[in-house]
Design a binder for this molecule. Structure first.
Ligand SMILES: [Zn+2]
Length: 318
């Protein structure tokens, strides 16, 4: 009897020791005014779909607590964080973020930022860790913009560097919009190499300099996108020699995206994810994944594309 019990615990431990850990919280799906253009519902539908189809079980999900202030101000200015936390942003500043400011929204952002930090810590143990949200790469150190209030990848990268858990980080930003503020935040930091592949005519109109930018013309299809990515990933892993990768997987590269301007198919998006994960896995580099934007008119297209990122991760790693 005792032995059986021990076995069960051991098995459970073994199961949970090597499993895909995914940051998610009910607060990710934040209530917005009616007809708001941000597809907030995806943060509820995506885990629901993954659970429903059996790609994940509830054990794969973990709920991050809010990130302590000290890890927010390792990236953002104290002045900005204090104004954000005390809901002091001006109406114009709030408009630039795209979201009405509230204590619940700020709480959500700190939970999501910690989701990326915790996903990175799981990645160090399991090879990969994921966040259902994040990818808020337009957040400046001192202000928010374009649905981004806190820069989750910059915060998590600084966390790893500060704790001595990584010495060289590669950010692979494959959202259709340039990872402008992540590039700017790490512009003078030789320990973080920023790579952004994005639409050249997309927001932000003023691009920052990533360590490597690939600006793609409107209508770029799978047949151009995928070989370019494959070549550059291979080259970068050799040149940068990172010991950690942050991957921003945007669903707004899809042909159906209303803001994206590129022309990737759902299959092409899936191949993109496979390429990144396979490269990290082959080179034994842990990868933390944040989901980026997705603005296809049909919510199902967005959810399906994001879901593929999780399906591919499960297949390749576990
Ligand atoms: Zn985007």
């Amino acid at each position: 009897m005792q032995l059986d019990c021990y076995k069960r615990i051991t098995n459970k431990y073994l199961l949970s020791a090597f499993m895909l850990k995914i940051a998610w919280s009910p607060v990710y799906c934040h209530p917005l005014p009616a007809n708001h253009r941000f597809p907030m519902q995806k943060y509820e539908l995506l885990p629901e779909q993954l659970l429903y189809e059996g790609t994940i079980t509830p054990d794969n999900l973990f709920e991050p607590p809010p990130l302590p202030d000290a890890y927010i101000t390792n990236t953002h200015t104290s002045a900005y964080w204090q104004r954000l936390e005390s809901l002091q942003l001006s109406p114009a500043e709030q408009r630039r973020t795209g979201f009405p400011l509230s204590a619940a929204l700020v709480h959500r952002e700190t939970v999501i930022a910690n989701g990326t930090v915790q996903a990175a810590l799981f990645a160090l143990q399991h090879g990969i860790g994921m966040n259902v949200a994040g990818g808020t790469h337009h957040a400046f150190t001192y202000k928010g913009e374009g649905f981004c209030l806190l820069n989750d990848i910059a915060i998590a990268a600084n966390y790893l560097l500060q704790k001595g858990l990584s010495g060289k980080i590669l950010v692979v930003d494959l959202d259709v919009h340039q990872g402008n503020r992540t590039a700017q935040i790490f512009g003078q930091n030789p320990k973080v190499f920023t790579f952004s592949m994005h639409g050249e005519k997309n927001y932000p109109m003023h691009k920052e300099h990533s360590n490597l930018d690939i600006a793609l013309p409107d209508g770029t299809p799978d047949a151009v996108y995928l070989p370019l990515l494959e070549y550059n990933l291979k080259h970068l892993l050799q040149k940068v020699q990172p010991d950690f990768v942050f991957y921003l997987s945007g669903a707004d590269v899809l042909q159906t995206d209303k803001l994206g301007r590129l022309a990737l198919t759902p299959k092409g998006c899936r191949q993109r994810d496979e390429m990144v994960f396979a490269a990290c896995r082959q080179n034994k580099i842990p990868v933390a994944v944040s989901m980026g934007g997705g603005y296809s008119p049909r919510l199902a297209d967005i959810v399906e594309t994001h879901a593929n990122t999780f399906r591919v991760a499960q297949q390749l790693y576990f």
